[in-house]
Design a protein around this ligand. Sequence first.
Ligand SMILES: Nc1ncnc2c1ncn2[C@@H]1O[C@H](COP(=O)(O)OP(=O)(O)OP(=O)(O)O)[C@@H](O)[C@H]1O
Length: 269
Amino acid sequence: MKDVSQFYGFEFRWLYVVDLVIVIFLVIQLYRLLKGSLAFNIFLGLLMVYVVFFVVRYLEMPILTNILQNFINIGLIAIIIIFQPEIRKFLLVLGKKTPLSKDSFLTKLFLPDRFKSYKEEEHIINEVITAVGHMVASQTGALIVIATTYRVKFDSASSITIDGNVSAKLIESIFEKNSPLHDGALIIVGNKILAAKAMLPMSDSPNLPTRVGMRHRSAVGITEHSDNLAIVVSEERATISFAQDGQLTQNVSLEELKVKLYEVLVDGY
Ligand SMILES: Nc1ncnc2c1ncn2[C@@H]1O[C@H](COP(=O)(O)OP(=O)(O)OP(=O)(O)O)[C@@H](O)[C@H]1O
């Protein structure tokens, strides 16, 4: 990699191009991750401090340079604390794109047992779709979280453990208007309904439409810092929406929801 060329006095090395491509890739991932969240504004603020620091250092202004240098040193620790959920998510996104991730060609080649059939996932998808279809028709409000990892953050004290196989009938009876479990969210992990009546963290994203209520806001909240898919059936409007990566997609059809479920449960993204 010592291919060095001279352009008007500038030393060109291929490593610089690789360096730049990696930085662009990381910045795009970071942007996609933070876009639409409050953390994005904090990130812009920190970026501005960094730019001002470089300017005052270049202009050789010693006091400001000193103050900002100290701020940046402490800021690094603050960044790790403030952005702890985002950093975790960022590493998760990166991990998904490595050649050793679940559905990569290399994994399928060298770990053929991963190349299993998707019967279980297809069963879950069909049951969820059937339940959602019936609940839209009967205008029954529902919130279902499909967790792709076991780290689902919800208030377990207020939730009720179910630990039952995923079935449309069970989902529908939980959200039945007279059921004592119909409030809150139903959590599906793997092939099990883990819990019902779960209270989720509410999103404070300023980008959500103002008329969006608590059910939709908590669906967005649970997907902001983890790899979950949250499905909402609106009681008021009899519509289907889903949230993923902190983004709410409203008024989707059952077919579109099915495609999304295949993406999440079968394709792994
Ligand atoms: N933190 C939370 N976690 C999970 N579910 C919640 C939470 N807060 C409220 N909910 C659920 O949202 C329901 C109230 O929904 P609300 O009408 O405010 O929202 P919405 O988004 O407008 O939904 P809809 O369109 O169905 O009316 C509650 O009955 C409860 O089941």
